[in-house]
Design a protein around this ligand. Structure first.
Ligand SMILES: *[C@@H]1O[C@H](CO)[C@@H](O)[C@H](O)[C@H]1NC(C)=O
Ligand SMILES: *[C@@H]1O[C@H](CO)[C@@H](O)[C@H](O)[C@H]1NC(C)=O
Ligand SMILES: *[C@@H]1O[C@H](CO)[C@@H](O)[C@H](O)[C@H]1NC(C)=O
Length: 283
């Protein structure tokens, strides 16, 4: 029994190798003379009869370091064939069916019987896990679909943290910057003391401006800050780690008073000037 399993896995492994070779030929890393026109009718003919990949549901993935990644493979007309996952680097057979073949237990194949999805789950992905992964079906000859996993580590920061002090009545301007993001975050939301900020609240004067690009910046503006605006503010990009700052609204001088104060000091320097002038004239 054990030997037959061994033979089976060896056979699967050989198939995996074969597929990698086929893939390399197709991607052009190995010279081959077969023009594409002769290959495609062949592929089409097999896909009508047997299993084929739903490529729109089996795409390249960008994952965050440490956040479980899922590479999906949707196989139609699978029948009783086995789906395996192979990593191109080092040509590693990772999973066979739902069985994890590699000793690296971070890899696991997930399949629900009602679905056509065979998902490779990678727990605690690291940057070195980036590369080509291939979903293979044990037909004769075997077929495979390769996908790229890119593991990245974006950095989120809020300028001026971890503690920020602003005067009551002034405008709070929090600037959140997201760097090394594989693509601009599709969504950035802000929370105040763990509650999502509502830009249409009765409080008013709260707005957000987001500039997406290689570096994405989100400005949270809160006008006429009051004591209730104090607390923890967190910027949550949908594809990067959140970042938190603590804002302290100070009961210091009211800006109106400060304005009055500056007018006063202007007045007093004017009077000082006139005193000087008077002194100058009188001497
Ligand atoms: C996946 O990534 C590879 C390498 O970057 C690229 O050649 C291929 O076109 C990508 N596939 C899709 C469906 O975007
Ligand atoms: C799959 O099923 C067919 C019949 O539908 C059978 O002939 C074949 O041996 C089966 N293959 C495996 C690997 O079980
Ligand atoms: C908010 O602060 C940033 C710098 O951190 C500045 O570039 C931006 O213009 C400010 N926005 C407003 C409305 O004051």
């Amino acid at each position: 029994m054990k030997t037959s399993l061994n033979i089976l896995s060896k056979r699967l492994f050989n198939r995996a190798l074969y597929l990698v070779l086929v893939f390399e030929m197709a991607s052009g890393s190995i010279d081959h003379k077969v023009p594409d026109e002769t290959i495609s009718p062949l592929i089409e003919a097999t896909s009508i009869r047997g299993p084929y990949f739903d490529k729109t549901a089996s795409k390249n993935i960008t994952a965050l370091v440490g956040h479980t990644a899922y590479l999906n493979c949707r196989v139609r007309n699978l029948g009783n064939r086995t789906v395996s996952w192979v990593r191109h680097r080092g040509i590693h057979l990772l999973t066979v069916g739902r069985y994890t073949y590699t000793s690296d237990q971070r890899f696991q194949a997930i399949h629900s019987p009602q679905t056509e999805d065979w998902t490779l789950q990678i727990r605690y992905p690291q940057i070195r896990d980036s590369g080509y992964y291939e979903c293979q079906v044990g037909t004769t000859p075997p077929i495979g679909h390769a996908m790229v996993l890119t593991v990245v580590e974006p950095i989120t920061t809020i300028i001026g943290g971890p503690d920020m002090f602003i005067n009551k009545g002034s405008t709070m301007n929090l600037t959140c910057i997201i760097k090394h993001s594989p693509e601009p975050p599709p969504l950035i939301y802000w929370t105040h003391d763990s509650k999502e900020i509502n830009y249409d609240s009765v409080r008013g004067g709260v707005s957000v401006i987001t500039e997406k690009g290689e570096v994405t910046t989100s400005y949270l503006l809160v006008q006429r800050a009051t004591n209730t605006d104090s607390g923890k503010y967190t910027c949550h990009p949908s594809n990067a780690n959140p970042h938190t700052v603590v804002v302290h609204v100070l009961n210091g001088e009211h800006p109106a008073a400060m304005q009055k104060g500056s007018k006063l000091s202007l007045k007093s320097s004017l009077s000082l000037l006139s005193v000087c002038l008077v002194l100058f004239i009188s001497t």
